[in-house]
Design a protein around this ligand. Structure first.
Ligand SMILES: Nc1nc2c(ncn2[C@@H]2O[C@H](COP(=O)(O)OP(=O)(O)OP(=O)(O)O)[C@@H](O)[C@H]2O)c(=O)[nH]1
Ligand SMILES: [Ca+2]
Length: 882
């Protein structure tokens, strides 16, 4: 199906500019990384819906696997080896398990995964996303044991006699180890050895390196398959049997009894009040509610004034109270040094650009310093030299600020030059400023007072209760080659989560649809002319023979006829329309002429010659899939009363500006299987997360590149590829025909290599799955050279199964590519952007990716490698089949 042709020039520019931005000599994938990528095993976000629950894991096999690796390691005892178990938890592991065995493996998959060697597992553990744990893996135990052979007389550490029994080679706490130790009635030697000495912090630090995270500190049993609850102060971990005994009634939340009253480990502040799955199993919902409340609110767990510096001065208790109690306090405040501009309400980390706007006029900290945000622009706002990015924003907001301007900004956004007593304007007066500001990750004022109308969706951030706030908006960048479906995805997201289109917007869309109709018709008429010429040429050629053999009275007229010949009545209109199109002056005539010509459009569209032409639409480059949808309704659409339906809007081309950034903000339930348990039990509303979807257009990317640098804090990059592109070509800037799939791949690659996305998770949406199903039996996937070695396992009687394999294969190719560049895992999902439910699922998936990405650094959850292996499967689209 011919989707609209890629303007290759622009795509090319995109690529080129990106390439230029890459560091010289960007690393090439080396063998090792390649190997790893082939393992294709990755920790994917789980699917929280429509998947049967199955209890996680075959423990026996998990432990034997772990153990076999451990014992192999024994032979190389002088090297501490990281456990090939990934203790990272992803809380939906159980769902993944349910999906794992359901689906057949593709040839690629089975071939590849069987080649996953132990070394790869090791490698993965060392190099994967799991940095902190690879550190943990080399524990004191391991190190001390390692050193034992060299120093046989060294006194065993710790006091337990058990220690003596311990082998002198590298040991790991595999489940078997702990089984040997269990029930001896004594705490394990290692927990004795790490009994708190000195300050909790010191203890914590020493413990971090000395205790395996899956060992319960109380019973000493180590089962890495089971979650542990950690003390917020000292990080000791307890199994579900011991947690209540060790933590008692938890008057300050999750703390060992001996840690009650102590300040918490600051790295755990963000988990305050967030219950774990394990705790929810050992306590009743009511208890949990109380414990979590206490954890959040008890004095011992609060920030202390001495942890906060504002404008260079440590806060006092009353100042802390003032800042926390003000109408718009800084959210998620962490210990640290900040600057605060009490006149404008701007707030930021010392030495950095503003981060938030909080209540103004608070009397806290010292005096705002000129160099508070480390700016070097020579422009001063309320005495602070502003940063480059702020200056850029001000320029866009049309605030005149040459070097050495000192101006004063008030909390309502009004500003004046220092010393002059007249307000020159309002920074936030324009919605575009707010928009740009938020794109630049600069704060925007929290209230909606300035009449923001360009912001389409849920902007009123303060109407979201504080406890639902997840900090700043999560930015999602949506990229894709022209024609991949990014606009469609964007519109679906708007329908799903955003505001309705306004009457004005709809009016514009209506005009757009009406003139698009003429564009489609002109493409058809042009194609028709060409086909007609070809057909006539052929006819002439064959009729030469005919005439020679039977020089009968073949009417000259008949000779000029073919199935592509149009009714002469329409010739004039056709020529006229094609002329207009050729001059590019369409807008001058349409939609003014729309109604007038509607009956003509209708008739021409139904003319047999045009219908014949339409049958060969694959050859018509510029005809999008949706042309028929609109042309079929020419009369209705041309009428004055026509109002585009949601579907029309969805199918309409040009609704999202092709040359500008499209952006929208939305929030949706952060509900997941986890949070559902709590929110239902605890009667609290589901938390909302705010997202900002920013579509970077494939056209006009020269501009796009300028923007790219601004997106340092992008939460995820969504890259959209049309699956049906594998047999499509488009011309690049030098006129060479290129396969669109490989063009897509190259664009993808340049984005992946783009430095500012270094730590950003990527989600690949393989779109137009429906079109893939339709064409896969007609055009082999290997039409695309990149997919040459695709060989379906067995002959397929139905295109669904084949499309399924093809999809999986494509996903793997992209994953390999991504992993060879980044060493990380690519998340892949399939979509049919025309179906709203499919897009909804894709966004749920994206949301899980983000959560997963957050939690992978979160110490609250742990789980083993097996589960992360399963997650690969759940993130495969096979989970859902229609
Ligand atoms: N068959 C099929 N067509 C789709 C699907 N998603 C989008 N399309 C169509 O593919 C064409 C290109 O999609 P667009 O949404 O315009 O994608 P885009 O080219 O990335 O966006 P622009 O750069 O704004 O043109 C349009 O005609 C869409 O209606 C899909 O899942 N299946
Ligand atoms: Ca398009």
């Amino acid at each position: 199906m011919a989707s609209d042709a890629a303007p290759a020039e622009e795509d090319k520019t995109w690529e080129e500019v990106l390439r230029r931005m890459l560091p010289v000599g960007a690393p090439l994938p080396d063998e090792e990384q390649l190997d790893y990528s082939i393992a294709v095993e990755y920790v994917g976000p789980p699917v929280p819906y429509e998947v049967p629950k199955v209890d996680p894991l075959d423990i026996a096999s998990a432990s034997s696997r772990a153990h076999s690796v451990a014992s192999v390691s024994d032979h190389t005892s002088s090297i501490p080896v990281v456990m090939p178990i990934n203790p990272r938890f992803s809380r939906f592991g159980r769902f993944r398990n349910g999906t794992f065995n359901k689906e057949p493996r593709s040839p690629v998959e089975s071939q590849r995964s069987s080649s996953v060697s132990r070394t790869q597992l090791d490698l993965q553990n060392g190099e994967g996303e799991d940095h902190s744990d690879s550190g943990d893996g080399i524990t004191e135990d391991a190190l001390s044991s390692v050193s034992s052979p060299r120093a046989p007389n060294s006194v065993p550490r710790g006091e337990g006699a058990n220690e003596v029994k311990r082998p002198t080679t590298v040991t790991f706490h595999t489940p078997r180890d702990s089984e040997n130790e269990e029930d001896d009635g004594f705490p394990s030697p290692r927990s004795v050895a790490t009994e708190p000495v000195g300050s909790p912090v010191a203890v914590r630090n020493s413990q971090a390196g000395s205790r395996k995270r899956w060992i319960c500190c109380r019973c000493g049993k180590g089962n890495r398959l089971k979650e542990k609850e950690a003390c917020l102060v000292c990080d000791k971990r307890y199994c579900n049997n011991c947690v209540l005994k060790a933590m008692g009634s938890m008057p300050e939340g999750r703390k060992c009894v001996s840690c009650i009253g102590q300040p918490i480990d600051e790295s755990k502040r963000s988990s305050l009040g967030k219950c774990s799955r394990m705790l929810s199993r050992v306590c009743s919902p009511l208890e949990i509610k109380q414990i979590m409340k206490a954890e959040k609110e008890c004095p011992a767990n609060q920030l202390r004034p001495e942890q906060l510096f504002v404008n260079g001065r440590q806060l006092r208790q009353d100042e802390l109270a003032e800042i926390l109690g003000c109408p718009v306090p800084p959210q998620k405040l962490k210990p640290g040094k900040y600057w605060y501009d009490k006149d404008s309400g701007l707030w930021g980390k010392e030495g950095e650009k503003p981060d938030k706007i909080i209540s103004s006029k608070l009397n806290i900290g010292g005096k705002l310093q000129m160099n508070a945000s480390n700016g070097n622009t020579g422009v001063y706002m309320n005495g602070r030299e502003i940063t480059k990015i702020e200056l850029r924003m001000l320029k866009i907001a049309n605030v005149q600020c040459p070097r050495d301007t000192h101006f004063w900004v008030y909390d309502d956004g009004s500003y004046e030059e220092e010393g002059q007593n007249n307000i020159k304007g309002n920074i936030w007066g324009k919605a575009s400023t707010r928009f740009i500001s938020s794109l630049f990750s600069l704060p925007v004022p929290p209230n909606n007072a300035q009449g923001v109308n360009e912001n389409p969706t849920n902007y009123s951030s303060r109407s979201v209760p504080e406890y639902l706030e997840h900090g700043r908006v999560q930015k999602l960048l949506l990229f894709g080659l022209e024609g991949s479906g990014t606009s469609t995805l964007f519109k679906q997201a708007k329908f799903l989560y955003g505001n309705k289109f306004s009457a004005e917007e709809l009016q514009d869309i209506k005009l757009m649809i009406q003139s698009n109709m003429y564009k489609y018709l002109s493409v058809l008429l042009e194609g028709r002319e060409q086909f007609e010429e070809e057909a006539l040429a052929e006819k002439e050629y064959t009729s030469v023979d005919v005439e020679q053999s039977a020089p009968a009275e073949t009417a000259a007229d008949e000779n000029k006829q073919s199935i592509y010949s149009i009714n002469p009545r329409f010739r004039h209109f056709s020529d006229w329309l094609l002329d207009i199109m050729a001059t590019g002056d369409l807008e001058a005539f349409f939609p003014a002429a729309t109604r007038e010509y509607a009956p003509m459009v209708d008739e021409i569209w139904r003319d047999p010659s045009v219908q014949e032409t339409y049958k060969r639409r694959e050859e018509l480059h510029k005809l999008p899939d949706v042309a028929k949808y609109f042309l079929d309704r020419a009369i209705e659409i041309s009428s004055n009363e026509y109002e585009p339906s949601d579907k029309d809007v969805l199918y309409a081309e040009g609704v999202t500006q092709s040359n500008g950034l499209a952006f929208m903000e939305f929030s949706f339930d952060d509900r997941s299987p986890m949070s559902e348990i709590y929110s239902e039990n605890l009667n609290c509303p589901p938390p909302m997360t705010k997202y900002q979807l920013i579509r970077i257009p494939s056209k006009g990317l020269r501009d796009g590149c300028k923007w790219l640098d601004m997106f340092e804090d992008v939460r995820a990059v969504i890259f959209c590829v049309a699956l049906s592109d594998y047999d499509q070509v488009s011309a690049d800037s030098s006129g060479h025909l290129r396969n669109k799939m490989t063009a897509s791949r190259d664009l993808f690659e340049s984005l992946v290599r783009y430095p500012c996305f270094k730590d950003t998770p990527f989600v690949l949406l393989l779109n137009k799955y429906d079109a893939l199903e339709e064409k896969i039996t007609k055009a082999p996937l290997s039409t695309c050279e990149w997919f040459q070695d695709f060989s379906p396992v067995r002959p397929h009687h139905n295109n669904h199964a084949l499309a399924h394999q093809a999809f999986y294969y494509v996903a793997v190719r992209f994953k390999e590519l991504y992993s060879s560049i980044t060493g990380r895992k690519l998340f892949v999902w399939h979509t049919r952007a025309w179906e709203r439910a499919s897009v909804d699922e894709a966004f749920k998936f994206i949301r899980e990716v983000i959560k997963w990405d957050e939690e992978k650094d979160d110490e609250v959850y742990e789980i083993n490698a097996e589960e992360s292996f399963y997650s690969e499967m759940s993130s495969s689209p096979f989970v859902r089949q229609e």
